[in-house]
Design a protein. Sequence first.
Length: 208
Amino acid sequence: MRRRDFILLGGAAAVTPRLSRAQQKAMPAIGFLSSGSPEELAAFSAPFRDGLKQAGYTEGTNVLVEFAWARGKYERLPAMAEDLVRRKVAVIVAAGGAVAALAAKAATSTIPIVISIGDDPVKFGIVTNLSRPGGNITGVTLFMGELVEKRLELLVELMPSADLALLSNPQNPNAESEAAQTEAAARRIGRTFSRPPIKPRLRPSSPR
């Protein structure tokens, strides 16, 4: 090997790691903020990755995903959201309900935020309007409270003589409020339902 070729080869070897690091640094990152844990949300994180693939993004190849799990400790969410902002993620997915959405909103007004909650985002001040959310926030909501009465009406229509019962998870921070909403909706349609008592939680309830 000639001396000139050796110098060129050595120079290429020295530059390649820098190029690799630069390419990795330029790879867009998605911040995934959740109040739960990866074990609890395994059924949701897998479809999330599948959705990325369908959109042409493969984790570790052309996009990075920075997961931030509060594991039920809601007080950790604001710091986690601020950390994602410091990492300069391209977008934040707030998949942990209203508590995660509010933490993300407080952390940034410029990075796009995609929320997924079970209640009305307008009620919690996450967005100002459903049809035109405004700002940097968009997403989906299940409107669980607002749809309780409609679900009961459909159930009664399908099975008019059936007894109604409510099963709820006492570990869900919204269990008591959801039970109260269901009870009120049942009264409005002239029905009653039975449910086991819900034991008080050790930590205060938080919105979905």
